[in-house]
Design a binder for this molecule. Structure first.
Ligand SMILES: Cc1cc2nc3c(=O)[nH]c(=O)nc-3n(C[C@H](O)[C@H](O)[C@H](O)COP(=O)(O)OP(=O)(O)OC[C@H]3O[C@@H](n4cnc5c(N)ncnc54)[C@H](O)[C@@H]3O)c2cc1C
Length: 606
């Protein structure tokens, strides 16, 4: 067994920042990650990181834009904490050596991003995430923080009390991808999940193959509620062939969207007459798809994003990597021709329910970054708001787990508190487990709990490797990806979501018969993808359950039958609890009372 004060699962931006935070507070901290930290998906972030740094801007404006952009499903304490803490965190990154782009006078450059009332997005060329990841990793190395890389965490070690709120997390179980060793990791003071997004639930995504929502699924099965998962962000500018992202920075610098008639669609068809291409991502994604579905798409599949008029000098200075991406993946020279773009899955607004300190309802278990839902993005994340989330809430969770005082949280967690409401939605099939296995274990001491979890996991992995034939994980995974893309995409309607739930149920049953063809114990990607696929199934089901239940149109969640935001009934978070394999959906009210004001819902207009 490996033992540390704090175990951070995941070495992306959130995990690295949490580890630094815990180390700053005096903890012996270790990062356990399935990819080497600098290969984490944070490295793909292109556009920038929001922080109110300039005269004329302030944290209250940033918080307001965040709540408005989130279509009032954001919890005010989360948005205010983000906006208040982001400036000093960004300056801290600068002091650690992050090479931000600068103006002639030396100040960090800031550019406009969709939905922001002030140009507050700082950036490092069009490789902000890459530089952020390397800057943080350097600090991790400098501090001598232990990194177990290429260790795949497959399960949490959580006690088995009936009520999840009475349970404790003592560690996790991981599998060494290089050697096949299965081992327990004890986190004496806490385990922090920082496992990133869920792109693999869909078949056209900007996310990496590694983004399989492992942390969400592990926390879910251990009893933590998963919040607001129906709010999936689709990004309007992805390359049609691969899903590779063309940063919002391209539109921030002045890039223009055209349909096949050569019309500037955002204005011509009135999708966003004030903000044009810089309306929120949900608005632009729907506009593009409406154009394509109305026969005004190019080759019936995409629209054009044109940046030629910006001039070579500006493009090379600020968007050089966009030129490379368009050339490498579509064979288009962005200096000479417009680029083909269409909407694709990009970001999960929901996740593991936490408070502002990253705590979940299970003692000792934390979650941060894209895996978590502190509820800062509500129903629609503003571009440039994910990266500050990583560093603000990552740092807080690390310090809190290490025992530092980071203040009392205002956001409640777990299925208790005021205003909890049960859902009465009827699902077309029984969601949830098709087997009897439990994700929690009993034991008298923390070590016993971890040993029992290791034993259960060894049995599962041996079972997968010993099985001689059955279904391949890829068949099951692609079935999920197809139905989610067909039915729970940018546009959603009841029949389609019901169909998705039925297909997910079939996939869950087929998964009972899954087997691993590669029997090796080292670098067995077949085994890894098989385990990940179970997580993809659980996550897809939570998204579809939430999408069916939410009978309104809010942020990224568009429903054919419900074309209005219904604040009278739906100012509430969707929570799904695993409930020992019989998932249940319930609601918690949104918190709109901030420090100095209440955020009164207003109609979104762009
Ligand atoms: C193409 C792209 C561009 C983006 N651009 C921007 C932008 O400009 N600005 C912005 O604010 N946001 C942007 N975002 C969003 C933002 O980059 C992500 O939300 C954020 O980087 C996620 O960070 P993370 O640390 O939560 O996860 P990740 O960086 O994905 O890290 C997850 C970590 O968890 C590890 N892990 C996962 N599962 C396991 C497991 N089972 N066991 C062990 N380890 C595990 C992985 O190895 C990895 O180290 C962009 C996203 C994409 C996809």
């Amino acid at each position: 067994m490996y033992e540390h004060d704090v175990i951070v699962v995941g070495g992306g931006g959130a995990g690295l920042r949490a580890a630094i935070g815990a180390h700053e507070a005096g903890a012996d901290v270790a990062i356990v990650t399935k990819l080497h930290p600098v290969r984490s998906h944070t490295g793909a972030a292109e556009g920038g990181i929001n922080a109110a740094l300039r005269d004329g801007d302030d944290w209250e404006l940033h918080a307001y834009d965040t709540v408005k952009g989130g279509d009032y499903l954001t919890d005010a304490p989360a948005a205010e904490t983000l906006a208040q803490d982001a400036p000093e965190n960004v300056v801290q990154l600068e002091n650690w050596g992050m090479p931000f782009s600068r103006e002639d006078d030396g100040r960090m450059s800031q550019r406009p991003f969709g939905g922001l009332s002030f140009p507050r997005t700082t950036y490092a060329g069009a490789e902000t995430g890459h530089h952020l990841l390397h800057t943080l990793y350097e600090q991790v190395v400098k501090r001598g923080i232990t990194v177990y890389d290429e260790w795949y965490v497959t399960r949490l070690a959580v006690t088995d009390e009936d009520d999840p709120e009475d349970r404790s997390c003592h560690g996790c179980v991981a599998w060494d991808v290089q050697t096949g060793e299965i081992a327990g990791f004890r986190g004496r003071d806490g385990v922090i999940l920082a496992t990133g997004g869920d792109g693999q639930v869909f078949d056209h995504t900007t996310n990496a193959v590694a983004n399989t929502a492992d942390g969400v699924a592990m926390a879910y099965r251990a009893g933590v509620p998963i919040e607001d998962m129906e709010f999936v962000q689709f990004h309007p500018t992805t390359l049609p062939s691969t899903g590779v992202l063309i940063s919002e920075g391209t539109r921030g610098e002045g890039g223009i969207l055209y349909n096949s008639e050569g019309e500037r669609l955002m204005f011509e068809y009135g999708y966003a007459t004030n903000d044009g291409e810089l309306a929120s991502r949900d608005v632009v994604s729907r506009a593009e798809l409406t154009e394509i579905n109305s026969g005004r798409g190019v080759d019936d599949e995409y629209v054009h994003l044109d940046m030629r008029h910006l001039g070579e000098e500006r493009i090379m200075d600020r968007l050089e990597n966009i030129l490379h991406l368009a050339e490498d993946f579509e064979g288009v020279d962005g200096l000479e021709d417009p680029m083909p773009v269409k909407p694709g899955h990009h970001y999960e607004m929901g996740g593991i329910e936490t408070n502002e300190n990253g705590e979940t309802c299970i003692d000792g278990l934390y979650a941060i970054g894209e895996a978590a839902c502190v509820s800062v993005h509500g129903s629609n994340r503003l571009g440039g708001n994910a990266l500050p989330e990583l560093i603000v809430f990552g740092g807080r969770a690390g310090r809190h787990a290490a025992g530092a005082d980071v203040g009392e949280p205002e956001i409640p967690v777990g299925k208790s508190g005021d205003g909890i409401e049960e859902s009465d939605v009827q699902y077309p099939v029984d969601p949830g487990s098709a087997d009897e296995t439990s994700a929690v274990v009993s034991g008298d001491t923390p070590d016993d709990v971890i040993d029992a979890a290791v034993e259960a996991e060894t049995e599962r992995i041996d079972g997968l490797l010993e099985k001689e034939d059955g279904v391949n994980h890829a068949e099951v995974r692609s079935k999920i990806q197809k139905t989610m893309t067909d039915n729970v995409n940018v546009f959603r309607e009841e029949d389609g979501i019901r169909e998705a739930l039925e297909v997910i149920r079939e996939a869950r049953e087929e998964y009972q018969d899954v087997y691993v063809a590669d029997k090796s114990r080292t670098f067995n990607t077949d085994l890894q993808h098989t385990i990940e696929t179970r997580n993809v199934i659980d996550t897809a089901e939570i998204i579809a359950m939430g999408a069916l239940a939410r009978e309104e149109f809010r942020g990224a969640h568009w429903r054919k039958e419900f074309q209005e935001r219904r604040d009278d009934e739906w100012l509430k978070h969707t929570c799904v609890s695993w409930n020992d394999g019989n998932p249940e959906l319930w609601y918690r009210p949104v918190l709109l009372d901030g420090e100095n004001k209440t955020y009164e819902p207003k109609e979104r207009s762009y």
